[in-house]
Design a protein around this ligand. Structure first.
Ligand SMILES: NC(=O)c1ccc[n+]([C@@H]2O[C@H](COP(=O)([O-])OP(=O)(O)OC[C@H]3O[C@@H](n4cnc5c(N)ncnc54)[C@H](O)[C@@H]3O)[C@@H](O)[C@H]2O)c1
Length: 220
């Protein structure tokens, strides 16, 4: 059994993560931290081998520092902070992913591949109106992967925030007389859980740290 704590446990993603961890036979939900529950992260660290962070852009980095200082591995799903700041954290392993949905990882991969062959591209990302950061971490990472693959500047990103949405992204590539659209939709937060559980199981065994991106844990 891996003992797992959740930071941001009262939030949309944190609550879904708690339910997924409780349903997994090899994982034990060892603690819930959230100011909304009156429960600080420091109070649960002793009980945890891994902490999952779904908090806010201004809290995630301090939480990650507190985890590794206590020798607790951390899996970060929070977006909107600079992941470069995770470099140099020592004491335990750090894994971060802007998107734990397998379909979104494939969308990013396909977009990068297409960017090398099409003249231009733009990204439209659409999320629920409670999302704090814009553009999304997924869109920023997609744009960076496309820039690397094409050798051109990163594509422009357009952000839409509306009630009724969960997490969606469309990459539109254009060339003479044709367009190609690659679209991914997360219609429920459960879409992120298989990738999250994989990261929880694998973070302790990472050969380097930090690792950013779910694609690094997927084979084939
Ligand atoms: N990686 C992914 O696949 C993925 C998917 C969806 C959302 N996200 C990201 O996850 C994050 C959370 O999203 P959400 O919709 O659940 O937000 P939310 O606002 O519903 O929940 C955030 C929670 O964090 C709590 N919190 C704030 N500061 C804290 C701290 N210092 N310690 C512990 N808890 C703290 C808040 O009280 C709140 O309950 C966002 O950054 C979002 O972009 C990532």
């Amino acid at each position: 059994m891996i003992r797992v704590g959740v930071a941001g446990a009262a939030g949309r993603m944190g609550a879904t993560a708690c339910a997924a961890i409780e349903s997994a036979a090899d994982l034990e939900l060892a603690g819930r931290a959230d100011p909304a529950l009156g429960a600080p992260l420091a109070a649960i660290l002793d009980a945890c081998e891994v902490v999952v962070d779904f908090t806010t852009p201004d809290a995630a980095l301090a939480n990650a520092r507190a985890c590794v200082a206590a020798g607790v591995h951390v899996v970060i799903g929070t977006t909107g902070f600079d992941v470069a700041a995770l470099e140099g954290l020592r004491g335990a392993n750090v894994f971060a992913a802007p998107n734990f949905a397998i379909g979104a990882v494939l969308m990013m991969e396909f977009a990068a591949r297409a960017a090398a062959h099409m003249a231009a591209a733009e990204i439209i990302e659409l999320h629920h109106d409670g999302k704090l950061d814009a553009p999304s971490g997924t869109a920023i990472r997609t744009a960076a992967l496309m820039a690397d693959a094409s050798g051109r500047a990163a594509p422009a990103i357009h952000s839409v925030r509306l009630p009724g949405l969960v997490a969606h992204q469309e990459v539109i590539l254009g060339d003479v007389g044709q367009t190609l659209t690659i679209r991914h939709d997360s219609t429920a937060r459960e879409s992120f859980m298989p990738g999250l559980l994989l990261a929880i199981r694998r973070v302790g065994g990472l050969e380097r740290s930090p690792v950013v991106g779910l694609e690094h844990l997927l084979s084939g």
